[in-house]
Design a protein around this ligand. Structure first.
Ligand SMILES: Cc1ncc(COP(=O)(O)O)c(C=O)c1O
Length: 392
C-alpha cells in the first residue's frame, strides 16, 4: 500500500501536519467550547489529519452510497487480527463479540448484563469522569478504589473496595480503565492477574474499558485484561475511536472472555443498531491498514511527553508530571503551585489554556489538571508558556 506523508519517515508525523488556523475550522467539542483565544488541550480529540486508509474507507462508502445499516463481523475480525499482530494475543473470538454504538454506551450495556439496579461498580479514581454519571444514571453505585501514590492500581485499596462492594450481597462489578485515563498508566500482566484473582475471591465481574489500548509506546507491552489467567469471565470494550480520532464516527466492540460468552449473548439486539455503518467501515480500515499511521502518531506523542517534561522543568518546576507509556494524556499534579482544588480554572482564566479539571476525575483529582498531548509541539510549547505566565 502506498504510504501517506504521515507514515513516511521523511515527512512530519500526524501531530505536526495541521496549523492552528486549519484546526480552528473544526466544529467539534474541542474547538467550539471555548472562544478562539483559548488553546484547547482538554477533551480527548487529537489534532491530526485522518489516516489515509480511514479517509479512503469513508469516501468510498459515501461515493457509492454505502450508508445503510451495519452488517457482518469484519470489525471484530479486524480487531482480532490487530490484537494478534500488535499484542501477540489470539484471544478475540469473533463469535464472542458484539458491535455497540461507542465505548461508554457499551460499558453501560455490558454492566446491565452482569449487575442489577443498586449494585456497586468499583472504579480506580482518579478516573475518566464519565464513569461516574454513566454508572449512576443506570442506577448502579460507584465505589472508589484510589490508585496508589505511584498512580498504579493499589491492590490493598482494590481489595478493600471489593470487600465493601461484595458485602451488600448484590452483583458487584469492577470497571477497569486500561490503559488508565488520566494517568496513562499501562497495567502489567502481574497487576492484571492480581485483579483477576481478587475479583474471583470476591465474586466481582470485571468490565475493562480498553479504548486506549492501541495508544501504548512500542517498547511497552499492552496486556489485554482477557489475556491474563483467571480473567475468563471478564468482558472488554474496545474501539479504534481514540487511537485514530474517530469519536465522531461511532462504533465499538464488546468482547467476552470464554466464561462470559453467555452473558454477552443476552445483549439486546437493538444495541447493535446503534453503531454507524460508516463508522464500522472506518474503524475496520484503521485496525487493518492504519498501523503505520499509528506508529507515526505514537512517535509524535512520545516526543511531546519529553517536550512537556522539559518545558515544565524549565518554566513550572513545581508541577509534578510522571510521563507514562499509555494514552496521549498527561496528568499534572499542580498542588505545589497552591492554586486550590481546581487549577484548570486559573490556567483558563489567566492563561487562556483549556485543560481538564482534576476534581472531575473523582477522589485524588483535586489540585490536578489533565493535559491533552495530541497536539503540535508548537501548541504545546505555547500552552506551557501561557500556563507559566498565568501563575508568575
Ligand atoms: C477511558 C475512556 N473510555 C471511553 C471514552 C469515550 O469513548 P466513546 O466515545 O467510544 O464512548 C473515552 C474518551 O476519551 C475514554 O478516555
Amino acid at each position: 500500500m502506498p504510504q501517506t506523508p504521515s507514515e513516511d519517515p521523511g515527512h512530519p508525523g500526524p501531530l505536526r501536519r495541521l496549523s492552528l488556523a486549519e484546526l480552528r475550522r473544526r466544529t467539534s467539542m474541542k474547538w467550539r467550547t471555548y472562544p478562539p483565544d483559548v488553546l484547547p488541550l482538554w477533551v480527548a480529540e487529537m489534532d491530526v489529519p485522518l489516516a489515509a486508509p480511514v479517509v479512503r474507507a469513508i469516501t468510498e462508502a459515501v461515493a457509492c452510497g454505502d450508508t445503510g445499516y451495519p452488517a457482518g463481523t469484519e470489525y471484530a475480525s479486524a480487531l482480532s487480527g490487530f490484537a494478534r499482530e500488535r499484542w501477540g494475543w489470539d484471544g478475540i473470538a469473533v463469535e464472542r463479540t458484539t458491535i455497540v454504538p461507542d465505548v461508554m454506551l457499551g460499558v453501560v450495556e455490558v454492566l446491565k448484563l452482569v449487575t442489577r439496579a443498586g449494585d456497586p461498580v468499583v472504579v480506580n479514581c482518579p478516573v475518566y469522569p464519565p464513569f461516574y454519571p454513566f454508572v449512576s444514571h443506570m442506577d448502579r453505585r460507584v465505589v472508589e478504589a484510589p490508585l496508589g501514590p505511584d498512580l498504579r492500581i493499589d491492590p490493598v485499596a482494590l481489595e478493600a473496595a471489593f470487600r465493601r462492594a461484595a458485602a451488600g450481597g448484590g452483583r458487584p462489578a469492577f470497571l477497569l480503565c486500561s490503559p488508565h485515563n488520566p494517568t496513562g498508566t499501562v497495567h502489567s500482566a502481574e497487576e492484571l492477574a492480581g485483579v483477576a484473582a481478587l475479583a474471583a475471591r470476591y465474586g466481582v465481574r470485571v468490565v475493562a474499558d480498553e479504548i486506549h489500548a492501541p495508544l501504548v509506546t512500542r517498547d511497552t507491552a499492552f496486556v489485554p485484561y482477557l489475556s491474563v489467567p483467571g480473567a475468563a469471565d471478564g468482558l472488554s470494550l474496545m474501539s479504534a475511536s481514540k487511537a485514530w480520532n474517530l469519536a465522531g464516527i461511532k462504533a465499538a466492540l464488546a468482547v467476552a472472555g470464554p466464561a462470559a460468552a453467555e452473558d454477552l449473548a443476552r445483549m439486546p439486539e437493538e444495541v447493535g443498531h446503534g453503531p454507524s455503518h460508516v463508522g464500522v467501515l472506518a474503524h475496520t480500515a484503521a485496525l487493518r491498514e492504519g498501523g503505520g499511521w499509528l506508529d507515526a502518531l505514537l512517535a509524535d506523542v512520545d516526543d511531546n511527553r519529553r517536550l512537556l517534561a522539559a518545558l515544565l522543568a524549565e518554566q513550572l518546576p513545581a508541577v509534578r508530571y510522571r510521563p507514562a507509556a499509555g494514552t496521549f494524556l498527561a496528568w499534572l499534579d499542580c498542588r505545589p503551585l497552591g492554586l486550590g482544588d481546581n487549577p484548570a480554572e486559573v490556567f483558563l482564566a489567566r492563561g487562556r489554556v483549556a485543560l481538564s479539571p482534576g476534581p472531575d476525575f473523582g477522589t485524588g483529582g483535586a489540585g490536578h489538571v489533565r493535559l491533552n498531548l495530541a497536539t503540535s509541539p508548537e501548541v504545546l510549547t505555547e500552552a506551557v508558556r501561557r500556563m507559566a505566565a498565568a501563575v508568575a
